[in-house]
Every structure is written in C-alpha cells, then in structure tokens.
Design a protein around this ligand. Sequence first.
Ligand SMILES: [Zn+2]
Length: 471
Amino acid sequence: MTRLLTLLILGLAAALPATAEIFTEQDLTAARELRERALERDGGFEIVADLTTRIGPRMAGTEADARAVEWAVELLEEIGFDRVWLEPVTFNTWHREFERVTVRAPGVAEQELVTLALGFTPATPDGGIEAELVMFDDLAALEAAEPGDVEGRVVFIRNRMERSRDGSGYGPAVQARSRGPQVASEKGALAMVIRSVGTSNNRFAHTGMTRFDTASRALPAVAVSNPDADQLERIVALGEPVTVHLEVGSEYSEPYTSHNVIAEITGSESPERIVALGAHLDSWDVGTGALDDGAGIAIITEAARLILDLEQQPKRSIQVIYFAAEEIGLLGGRAWAEKHHENFENYQLGAESDFGAGPVYEIAARVADEAWPVIEAIQHELDPLDIALGGREASGGPDFIPSLPHGLAVVDLRQDGTDYFDYHHTENDTLDKIDPQNLAQNAAAYAVLAWLAAQSPIDFGSGPELLEANQ
Ligand SMILES: [Zn+2]
C-alpha cells in the first residue's frame, strides 16, 4: 500500500509540468494576478457592447467597416497601448439587396421560404429564375449526378450540420455552401438553394461565402433556414415536381481599401520579438456580429489591457491585431502573412479568438519541440480556468491560417462551440448571446497565454524550420 502510494506520488510529480523551472516566480505571480483580476471583471463586455451598438453590422467594404476602423483606433489609443497603426487591405466588395424564394407544387399552396443570399452570388435576371427543383443529400451526391439531371434546374442540397462542442460538424457541412454552387454551375444548374450551415431550429437563414473559379461560373445561390429546409424536403417527398421561383438582388463594387488595426505593448528586453493576439473586426451584414467576432475583439483587448495594468512590462512585445475582411475570405489574414512572413522568426506565437463567447476548455499548440514544455507550463497556469492540455495540432484561428505555410507557431485556445452555430452568420448574432462571465474566462486565458509567452526563456520556433519539423 505504502509502496503503491509512493509510486503514485512519484508518478504524479513526474507528470506535472516543471512550471517553476521554466518561468520565474515573479512571472508566475503576475500570471496568477492576471488570471484572478480577469475573473473579477467582465471580459471587456463593454467593448463588444460599444462596437455592436455604435457600429452594428460591419461588412467588409461598407461605410460601417470604415467607421469600425476609426472606432478601433480611438479605443486602442485610449487604452494606452505604446503604438497603434493601420495596415491596408484591398479587396473587391459585394452588397446584398434582397432575396426571395417561392415554392410551388401540385396540391401544395404557394409559399415563401425564409432565406439569405450567399456572399458574392450574382443577382437573378429581371423577373427572377423559375425552374424545377432537384434535391441532393449532400455535395458528393451532386458531384456524382449526371449533368442531364441538373441542367436547367434549381439544385437543393439538404445535408444538415451536426452540433458538437468543438464545432467539427461545420467542416463537412460547409462544403455544400463553399463548393456546391460552383459544382451546380458546372453541371448547368440555373440557381442553388442550400440548407443553412448552422444548428438553429429557429426560422432565420445562415449566410456565408461561396466561391466560383471564374466570374462566368457564378450563379445565384441562397441558404434557407433549417425549418424551411425541412419544409422543402417534405414538399419534395410528396412526389410531385416542385417549382422554385428565386429572386436575388446584389451588387459587386469597385476595389475598396480597409485596414488591419494593430496595437502594441512594446517589450522591455526584446521589443522586436512579438506575441500576436488576433480577432476580426468585420462581420456579416446581418446581425451585429457580437459573437462573430465582436467577442474576440473584446477578449484580446481586455487581455492586453490587463497586461498593461501590471507593474511589470513584458519582455517581448505583445500585439493585438484586429483583422479586416475575414468573412469574405481571410483577406486581412492573407495581407498580414504577405507583409510579415519574412520576419516570422521574430513572431513568437499567433492566437486568434474567433469562435464566439463560450468558455475555453483546451489549449493546443503548433510549436517547436523544445517549446512544448513551455506550452505545458502555460497550461498549468490555465488549469484553474478548467482548460486542459490538448495536442500539437493547431491552426491559430482563421486569420493565421494564411501564415501556417510560412511556419508561424500558433496556439488554439479552444472554446465550447456547442451553441455557436445557432447564431453564426445570422440576424440573431447579437449582444444578448454573450455571457460576461464566459467572456472573462476567455480574457483570463488570453492574458495568461500572452504574458507567459512574452516572458518565456524559450522561443516557440516560428519560421521555415517549424514548417519542416511539422511536415
Ligand atoms: Zn469569425
């Protein structure tokens, strides 16, 4: 019994990260202070409240986008960062005007479905498009279809997104939205209807991007709400030919220049070395983008504000980056990678908060082997926040994805996204969905991460070597 106990204790001691050996007692005390002070506050709730109240929806390339950039500069300067600056991001824009889908079938009353056009889809010709509907289970079924079954019709893909904590249902479901319209177009379809990529059973649609290889391939495409997709399935199941009338009004505009907004707490010992926290400032044109990604803006800003309030200055610099135009193709993230990748040896870590306001439950990281014990030691300080140690696969969040091919070291603070896709890209993404306590837990996690990453005696290994190590 005693021997077993001894073995257990020895085993436990060996399993514990050697936190004290990596960080100084002073740095750990500061990390604990950050964590505790963050939990006494509201996670920067007033930041996301102000953004969503004053600006509201802020689709990339709109007047609200420009106002959001001004709002951001004012906020970051007022908070007292050492430097605040803008980096331009130029892109083509698209504006929604209206969308309407009407369904008819023999023995069924004509009815309108609740719908939203997908981003960057073209307008229908005058009078709209009217054609027979053809339904597919998923994108693979559409891909396998004979062009003769699709040509001249309106394609409907009915697959439903699965709910899960880590949001893993999104990847498979979103294929219908991102690739479906292109595939339907190649087979001669006139238009496309998808079931919303989202988990809500409420009667609103989820918008989002779709892509066409060439402008000539573009076809009008809309998402209908989950209950409307159910209704459409039932009408199809009656077995009579179903006719769809679809009208979309939309407009493409000239190239527009928005900005990534960056603020820095300059490091005391190695100011050229940077820990980068990200979130995106743009949102979809529906809803006020409170969860996507006003919450992320609040979380990273509050984390940096807590660090600014410390007695100690971080050794390395900490930057917060409000990325532009994430929703329409990670365009701010692409511009940032393009501009900075040659200097990635100086970037310690990238971590973006862009998954709503649910609590963080896990830390995962893509770092050099020698830096993994640092991640373990950071997790030790996140443990009181109920954040477990995850694996060594991480993306850093959407806006750091374009930086991965250049070897940026990244951390994921994974949030509970069980409810996230009830609101994602909908009219219903509004401030009331944010729980300040959860926001505070997120801010605490980002503050501890940023602080300890800035104090780490070991670099995280960004640069081409990390790329090779992970291949
Ligand atoms: Zn987002």
